[in-house]
Design a protein around this ligand. Structure first.
Ligand SMILES: [Zn+2]
Length: 455
């Protein structure tokens, strides 16, 4: 049992329902939860006191779409100029060499990068299981637990190979029976349904061009039986739309509706190419959307209709997406991209800095079905990111520190607290040695590329 007082924060953005902000405030934490957020200093003894003068306090960011293993191949020269399908076809044979060590090392690296940018909860979508690699998700969960980040692992899957009319080569797909058995094992072993959970598991067949309808349907039935959420990629590119029209005779979101894959327990990555009817389907079914603006621009997939989705009360969170289709895990950068792309698409008034911040905090929590994160409120998890306001990047932005964080930068988070635990202090990870993480990751990356070169 421990307690912490964050004293005299220069500005506090609570992201509560009313959008309360305090210019000067204190946050008290006991046993992993927030017990006070207010202007007056809370009374009582605290084990630790953090002097937060010159710091901006926000709820820790919530990242709702990622593929951590892809940091092994980020900035890959051969990916230049490719759209999603040829990009995946080039990378699948390389990724076919991943193993437990590579997944562990890349999860440590990617999650460390997220933590240092103020992200306190991340999901990950791992869908590629080379033969004999049965403990890859276990390895990512272990890495998350060591770092101290809140983690939603999603058990991805691919069972529709090129030979059967899909996109991935057969050696990175799995039989349906294996997928379903391992999905159930992971939920039973790791999923914590309680408020304050540090680890949850969701089920996540990869996409309409890599998973059969049989696996999609059976996975959905299993998730609903076990009480876990569902996640997949949908409507990312026009290639995918054509693929769905040819193979399923309907648009991607209609396809999901037909196979019982829309609902308040589902969040979907990308949703770039939506018709008015698709937006209506997402709204009506209360399905969440993981908006991944950098990835969508990098692969020239398109600009999602986020402003229209928000107008129809669709729940939208943000994802940095795979480390090889963003090449970075800097979360405030994704918030800025969400703002920029909304303005380019829908005009200067389409997205304010605060609205974008809300997508990166509460919007993400909504996608993950959590009311206990993404806000600084009494009773919520003590997941807090604090950023310096007296550094180079924020100079001149003092009149609106919260907007400054979105518009200026990039900067490292100064302090990050997850479940009341201090995991970043003065811009340094407290739970692992950052340089050791980089070395181990780069060895794994070299080994993966060598293995590919020798194959
Ligand atoms: Zn993705």
């Amino acid at each position: 049992m421990s307690s912490l007082l964050i004293r005299n924060a220069a500005h506090v953005v609570t992201m509560d329902t009313a959008g309360t902000e305090l210019s000067g405030g204190h946050i008290a934490i006991r046993d992993g939860c927030i017990t006070a957020v207010r202007k007056e200093e809370p009374k009582g003894e605290f084990d630790q006191v953090l002097d937060a003068r010159n710091l901006l306090a926000l709820p820790g960011f919530v990242n709702v779409h990622h593929h951590l293993y892809q940091s092994l191949t980020r900035g890959f020269p051969e990916s230049e100029g490719k759209t999603l399908f040829p990009w995946l076809e080039m990378l699948y044979p390389i990724w076919a060499g991943i193993d437990e060590e590579a997944v562990y090392a890349s999860a440590q690296l990617g999650l460390a990068e997220l933590l240092l940018s103020g992200c306190t909860t991340s999901s990950d979508h791992l869908y590629l299981f080379p033969r004999g690699q049965t403990r890859l998700i276990d390895a990512e969960i272990e890495a998350a637990q060591e770092l101290g980040i809140r983690f939603h692992a999603t058990r991805g899957s691919m069972d529709l190979s090129r030979e059967q009319g899909g996109l991935p080569p057969a050696d990175v797909t799995q039989p349906a029976t294996e997928i379903l058995a391992d999905s159930e094992r992971l939920v039973r072993q790791y999923h914590d349904p309680e408020p304050g959970a540090m680890i949850r598991v969701a089920l996540a067949p990869c996409s309409p061009f890599s998973a059969t309808d049989e696996v999609m349907r059976e996975t959905a039935a299993m998730a609903r039986r076990l009480g876990v959420r569902l996640h997949t990629h949908i409507a990312e590119t026009l290639d995918e739309e054509r693929f769905c029209l040819q193979t399923r005779g309907c648009r991607p979101v209609e396809h999901l509706e037909r196979i019982d894959w829309l609902g308040p327990d589902v969040w979907l990555a990308h949703c770039v190419h939506l018709s008015d009817g698709d937006i209506e389907r997402l709204s009506r079914s209360q399905t969440g959307v993981a908006h991944c603006p950098t990835s969508n621009m990098l692969l020239a997939s398109g600009m999602a209709r986020v402003v229209e989705m928000l107008a129809r009360s669709v729940q939208v969170g943000l994802g940095v997406d795979g480390s090889a289709s963003n090449d970075g895990g800097y979360f405030p950068g994704e918030i800025k991209q969400a703002l920029l792309v909304a303005r380019v698409r829908d005009g200067a008034q389409a997205m304010t800095a605060r609205r974008a911040l809300r997508l990166g905090t509460r919007g993400g929590a909504d996608c993950l079905g959590r009311k206990d994160i993404g806000r600084l409120e009494v009773g919520a998890c003590a997941d807090i990111a604090l950023f310096r306001l007296d550094d180079l990047a924020h100079a001149g932005a003092g009149r609106d520190a919260a907007a400054g964080l979105v518009l200026c930068g990039p900067v490292r988070a100064a302090e990050v607290i997850v479940a009341g635990r201090h995991v970043v202090h003065e811009g340094r990870l407290q739970t692992v040695d950052e340089h050791a993480v980089v070395r181990r990751h780069n060895q794994a990356s070299d080994r993966l590329l060598r293995r590919f070169g020798e194959a």
